[in-house]
Design a protein around this ligand. Structure first.
Ligand SMILES: Cc1cc2nc3c(=O)[nH]c(=O)nc-3n(C[C@H](O)[C@H](O)[C@H](O)COP(=O)(O)OP(=O)(O)OC[C@H]3O[C@@H](n4cnc5c(N)ncnc54)[C@H](O)[C@@H]3O)c2cc1C
Length: 412
């Protein structure tokens, strides 16, 4: 293949697709080349024995600002989780809900026993500040690690270790809570302002919906890019000449294609999927471990939120572990028996999905969560490592990179 176009986008994950959408809207000739046999990158869903198995438990937050530009989330038929968590503490299951989204659960949460009442009020004040202050103010605040920010907010060891570390480690994929406090602020903002849910057809419905308006003949699958240079992209099938290149691959691949980029450490995540005839809980709510065992980050009955995740009469449970070492399934099952407080002997282990390079680490300093996307010589970079490590970060980075391309092409 020897082709020519104005812009080549390398990588068909959320960042690459968002970039394609903006260039397409602007009427600029473009082409997207993706190494894999499908679009969506780290957002993928497989059908296993009639169950929808996402490649690692992940959720869509409706408060992500970039979603609205790219799709109508109503068309994903999202099933929603309760805005809150259940915490296993000894023989108790404590329900902590977000009073802004679940007003009837608020008083119970204030009285529930994770941390002191003062802790819960301080955390509510922190989350409310993140939800209501403009992002420009949140991102101008002094930056530190997540753990330091929580301690500086006056939160006790009890609420950090029994609620916030298990909960946030499952979101940031970072048990050390070394992630930047600016990322924490944006995470708390999204959780306070939005709802989290799963599309009826699995998380892969998200990239599918974003790609839907794009002409299929401009999306080259099974086309790994070996090299990029100003004005040229080298694939196994030949070179594509172009005016600009957007490298929208995952962080390790980005530093291979663009050696000038700093390498980014990646966090690992493993999700164990079980099926059961009876759901261990009736509610679509995340269950976390307040007993400080730090094996399981969270467990949830997915089919309580979105019934299509399991065949009729069955239920799907996803249990996630953060870090490079994933315990054997029997260890996880023993934890599940304790966490849910009931036998799991009749559950079926469907599969385990390990994602060794799930999310880029984002320690301070991350500044305003806007790393440069224009590298000079008409080379551009997008991906969740340029903004916040999230679906929102990937989409925004792609949108931003395409905007920078358009500025450059107009200027040239
Ligand atoms: C298990 C898991 C759980 C998560 N949970 C959440 C969550 O709950 N909420 C949230 O907001 N975010 C979550 N995330 C993060 C979110 O999924 C990612 O931030 C986002 O999908 C990254 O998109 P991207 O386009 O930047 O990169 P990617 O999705 O990695 O896309 C990059 C694409 O580039 C392609 N590529 C790589 N090399 C080449 C090459 N040489 N040539 C051509 N193509 C190439 C890849 O095949 C891939 O398709 C989770 C991620 C994982 C893995």
């Amino acid at each position: 293949m020897l082709a020519e176009t104005d812009v080549v986008i390398v990588g068909g994950g959320l960042a690459g697709l968002a970039a394609a959408r903006r260039l397409h809207r602007a009427g600029v000739p473009w082409r997207l080349v993706e190494a894999g046999d499908r679009l969506g990158g780290r957002v993928a869903t497989d059908m296993v024995d009639g169950y929808l198995i996402d490649r690692g438990f992940q959720v869509l937050n409706t408060a992500y600002p970039r979603l609205g530009t790219l799709l109508d989330t109503n068309r994903l038929n999202l099933g929603y989780f309760t805005s809150g968590v259940l915490v296993r503490k000894g023989d108790k299951l404590l329900r902590m809900v977000n009073p802004l989204r679940e007003p009837t659960g608020g008083p119970g949460t204030a009285l529930a026993g994770v941390g002191s009442l003062l802790d819960r009020l301080r955390f509510a004040a922190l989350a409310t500040g993140c939800a209501t202050l403009p992002p420009s103010r949140l991102l101008a605040a002094p930056e530190t690690s997540t753990e330091t920010a929580l301690r500086r907010a006056g939160l006790s060891d009890a609420i950090i270790e029994e609620l916030l570390r298990p909960f946030l480690s499952g979101v940031l994929l970072d048990r050390e809570l070394a992630t930047s406090s600016h990322v924490l602020a944006m995470v708390l903002r999204s959780f306070a302002r939005g709802r989290i849910g799963l599309p009826a057809e699995g998380m892969a419905a998200l990239p599918r919906a974003i790609a839907a308006p794009l002409p299929a003949d401009l999306l080259d699958l099974d086309t790994p890019v070996a090299e990029v240079a100003p004005g040229r992209v080298r694939t196994q099938a030949g070179d594509i000449r172009c005016r600009a290149v957007v490298v929208a691959v995952d962080p390790p691949a980005a530093s291979a294609l663009l050696p000038a980029l700093a390498t980014v450490r990646m966090h690992s995540y493993t999700t164990y999927y079980h099926s059961a005839a009876e759901p261990p809980l009736a509610e679509p709510i995340l269950l976390i471990d307040g007993d400080r065992r730090e094996i399981v980050a969270n467990t949830v009955v997915l089919s309580n939120a979105t019934a299509t995740y399991a065949p009729a009469g069955r239920h799907l449970i996803a249990t996630s572990v953060v870090g490079p070492t994933a315990p054997p399934e029997p260890t996880i099952r023993a934890e599940l028996t304790r966490l849910y407080g009931r036998s799991t002997a009749d559950w079926t282990h469907l599969t385990t999905v390990a994602v060794p390079q799930a999310l880029p680490a984002a320690p301070p300093p991350q500044g305003r969560l806007r790393k440069p996307v224009a590298l000079g010589e008409c080379l551009f970079v997008a991906g969740d490592h340029r903004d916040s490590p999230s679906i929102q970060g990937a989409l925004t980075s792609g949108w931003r990179a395409a905007g920078a391309v358009l500025d450059e092409l107009r200027a040239g």
